[in-house]
Structure formats: C-alpha cells, structure tokens
Design a protein around this ligand. Structure first.
Ligand SMILES: Cc1cc2nc3c(=O)[nH]c(=O)nc-3n(C[C@H](O)[C@H](O)[C@H](O)COP(=O)(O)OP(=O)(O)OC[C@H]3O[C@@H](n4cnc5c(N)ncnc54)[C@H](O)[C@@H]3O)c2cc1C
Length: 426
C-alpha cells in the first residue's frame, strides 16, 4: 500500500510526487509514493512547452506564486535535491498604448509588482532595441515593459532533472502504466487498476491534465478541463542577428511569444485565447473530440500545415525585420489544457476525500515546484507555502453546477442570439 499514488507524469505530477516523498522521508516512517504515466515522463504538454518563466501577472496570487516558484527554480537543491540550469535572459513585454500615449493597465501592474519586490518596469523603445538588437521592429504607439528576472529553461533539461529528482528522493516511477479503472467505495478511492497491476494507496493525486475529465467521469466526477490546440514554430537564425542570449518577447500586439532556442533558433507560439467565447468553443469542440489529450499523441496531429507555418511567419515579420530571410527549422502542434476560468485546479476534491488535483490550465510548467509543494503540504497536513497565497481559491469546489450554468449563459451571449433578439423585438 502506497502513501500516495500520483496519476500522470507531467511536470506537475512529478513535482507533486517529489515533494510528498521528501516530506515522507523526513518523517522517516518508510512510506512511499508511486507515480504512474500511461506513456513516459513528460510525454504530453510537459515536453512541448516553451520553457518561459515570467512572474508578472494580473492575478496577484498567480504573480506571488510565480515569483516564489522562480526563486525555487533558481535554487532547486533544497526543494528537489538537485539543481537545474536556467537561462536568465529577462523578458520584454510589448503592448499598444492608449490614444493618450499611456498604458494604465501595465503601469498599475508595475506598481503592484513593486509591492512583491518584482521588477516590471517601463522602458523606452531605444532601450528595448539595445537589449534585443536592430532586428526588433518597434513603433512609437507601443509600450515596452522589462522583467529582468524572467528566465527560460530547456524542456529536455527539465525532463532529465525530473527523472533525477524522482530517483534522488526515492519515488517509484512506473512508465507505460495506464490507469484504466478507478476502484472506489463511498467517498474514497481504494485502488487504481492499470495494465501493470493494481495500485493501492491511501491518497491519490490527479495530475492527468487534459485527460482528467475522461478518466474521472468513470467514477462520476465532473472535472471541467478541455484542450485548446496551439502550434509552435522554430526558425533557424544567424547568431549575428539574434544571439542565443535574447530576451523573451511577450508580444501582446501580435499575440505571440518568442524566445531564442539552443542552436540559434527563434521559437514562436501563440498564447491561450482569453475570451469566454473562445474558451467555450474549446469546451464545445471537446464534445466531438472526446479523446482529450490523445489529440497530442496522434501522429497525424503532430506536423504543421503550410498555412500554419505561414501564419506564424506573417506574425513574426511584424516583430522581426529578418524573419523573411530565415529558414523554417521545425514545428509541431500541441495543446493547452484549459479550465473555464483559466485558473488551476488544486487540492482536495469536493466529493472524494482521498483525491487531490494538480492541474495547470495551460500555463503551469513554471509553477511546478510551487504547485507540487502546495498539494504535498495539503496531503501531509502541513501549512507553510500554502499560507503565502490564497491556495483555497483554486479548489475544484468553485465549479459547482451554478458556476457552469452561469458560464454557459455568459457564453450564449444572449444578446447576440436570435432568441434574445426575438424577445427584444417583442
Ligand atoms: C506550446 C506551449 C507552450 C507552453 N509554454 C509554457 C511556458 O513557456 N511556460 C509555462 O509555464 N507553461 C507553458 N506551457 C504550459 C505547460 O506546458 C503545461 O501547463 C504543463 O506542461 C502541464 O503539465 P501537466 O503535468 O499538468 O500535464 P501533462 O504534461 O499533459 O501531463 C499529463 C500526463 O498524464 C498522463 N496520463 C493521462 N492519462 C493517464 C492515465 N489514465 N494513466 C496514467 N497516466 C495518464 C499523460 O501521459 C501525461 O504525461 C506551454 C504549453 C504549450 C502547449
């Protein structure tokens, strides 16, 4: 009997397993954590991300968590038992100015970030050009904010570090082990049946990301997670034009994130869509694509179509003057796992007493050490990190039936429907 079975070996599942096992090791009772993945470690979203770690965020809890997480990444040994290399290149955020030449939303954000000792400061276009070089296209209608402590990490290095951390701390890892059936009685899960045997545990962690809703619907739980497809493109670059040590560009005008990649590549992907309507579209599409995360593993979905590459090329040309003279190196399709409010689902389930969730909602790699530690604290009954931010607000209990009803009403955009227009006409 394990102390905890973590289902899903992405960065969140692995981080949770490591944090719980370290706490159990300190207690010295010899209790063990098992981590199962139906494929291999980081088989899904966790190997297809951009490795960007930025902390400034409109949500105060998210920025607090991200800034704690950034510190943990940079000094990982006390938390995971091993260190990891990161590239500290900073990030430049770009947005359109208002007609009066100001950007009050980001100026406010900058002020709020100061209160948690996070530098997010406005810089001029000249300073942006100094940091990036002359291939960056700037415009006087744009504002530039600099976050010097932002950094990037290489997804393949992260993957190796996770394997090492699991081993270092004594987590039992079972790859190619798929949870097929969840055996429950009343409000408790008893065990998980896999192709590799029956796993009994006292606690269970759901870290299956995009697969969560399908897997847990088997025991009658509704976990509101779906996928939003996204493409990624890498261009071959010349080190003479874009050096490896290039700041991350978070371009909110052209809706694209850019970062330099090892081997002098420029990497681009679009952010999650943030309107309720777009989020709802992803939930509706899921009804016809019930395979959820399998979408990513389907070879047919891995390669990019010409128009997707072209679309990114068009976007990139608006930001970099040299993109038309560069070479397409590689690209792939991936997805964000998203929730209706684009926030994490963390902690104890509202129906099953020994089930805990750790889901990222599309942008969670950077939070892995914090989310792993927070969920571990709840499971072993500690409260250190979880006192530093509003952990409870991320609980699944916020998505009750009423929430989902309101969500769909919002999405219906009643004022735009014939139904409502007809009613108004009357
Ligand atoms: C293009 C792109 C760029 C991104 N860039 C960034 C970034 O710069 N910074 C950032 O912080 N985040 C980024 N993200 C988001 C980040 O990648 C994810 O939030 C994170 O990887 C989610 O990790 P996870 O462990 O929750 O999920 P996953 O990595 O998807 O892990 C879920 C795991 O569960 C396993 N599983 C599923 N069902 C079962 C089952 N029945 N039994 C056993 N195992 C099962 C799967 O095999 C999978 O390995 C990006 C995402 C994308 C798509």
């Amino acid at each position: 009997m394990y102390h905890t079975l973590v289902i899903g070996g992405g960065c969140l599942g692995a981080a949770t397993a490591v944090s719980i096992q370290r706490k159990l090791n300190e207690l010295g009772k010899g209790e063990k954590v098992a981590l199962v993945d139906k494929a291999v470690l980081c088989a899904a979203e966790s190997s297809r991300h951009s490795g960007i770690v930025r902390s400034a965020n409109a949500d105060p809890d998210a920025s607090q968590m991200a800034s704690i997480s950034s510190k943990m990444w940079k000094d990982l040994k006390p938390h995971w038992g091993i260190d990891m290399e990161v590239d500290e290149f900073g990030a430049i955020w770009i947005a359109k100015k208002n007609s009066d030449g100001t950007n009050p939303a980001w100026t406010d954000l900058s002020e709020r970030m100061k209160k948690i000792n996070l530098v997010f400061e406005e810089i001029g276009s000249k300073s942006a050009l100094n940091k990036c070089g002359s291939t960056l296209i700037t415009d006087e209608d744009e504002s530039y904010f600099y976050e010097p402590d932002a950094f990037q990490l290489d997804p393949s290095i992260l993957r190796s570090v996770l394997y090492d951390a699991l081993e270092e701390n004594g987590v039992e890892l079972f790859e190619k082990t798929e949870v097929e059936t969840i055996v429950s009685k009343g409000n408790e899960i008893l065990s998980c049946l896999t192709n590799n045997g029956n796993f009994k545990a006292k606690n269970f962690v759901n870290a299956t990301g995009a697969w969560s809703s399908q897997l847990f619907s088997k025991i009658g739980l509704k976990i509101p997670v779906t996928i939003e497809p996204v493409s990624v493109v890498n261009w071959m670059e010349s080190p003479k034009q874009i050096k490896y040590e290039y700041p991350i560009i978070a371009d909110y005008i052209n809706l694209c994130y850019f970062r330099s990649w090892r081997g002098n590549k420029m990497h681009a992907h679009q952010p999650r869509k943030r309107s309720v309507y777009e989020i709802a579209k992803s939930f509706i599409n899921d009804l016809t694509a019930v395979n959820g995360g399998e979408y990513l593993n389907e070879p047919m979905n891995q390669s990019l179509a010409y128009n997707q590459i072209k679309n990114y090329e068009d976007i990139s040309k608006k930001r970099f003057s040299n993109i038309d003279k560069t070479v397409y190196a590689s690209g792939y399709r991936s997805f964000f796992d998203i929730t209706p409010d684009l926030r994490f689902i963390l902690g104890k389930d509202s129906k099953i007493n020994n089930l805990f969730h750790n889901l990222g909602s599309g942008q969670a790699m950077k939070y892995s050490p914090v989310l792993g530690e927070a969920v571990a604290e709840e499971i072993v009954g500690e409260e250190n990190l979880t006192k530093k931010f509003d952990y409870k607000k991320f609980n699944i209990n916020r998505f009750g039936d009423d929430y989902m009803k309101d969500f769909w009403n919002l999405v219906n955009g009643e004022e735009n429907t014939l139904h409502r227009q007809g009613k108004n006409a009357l």
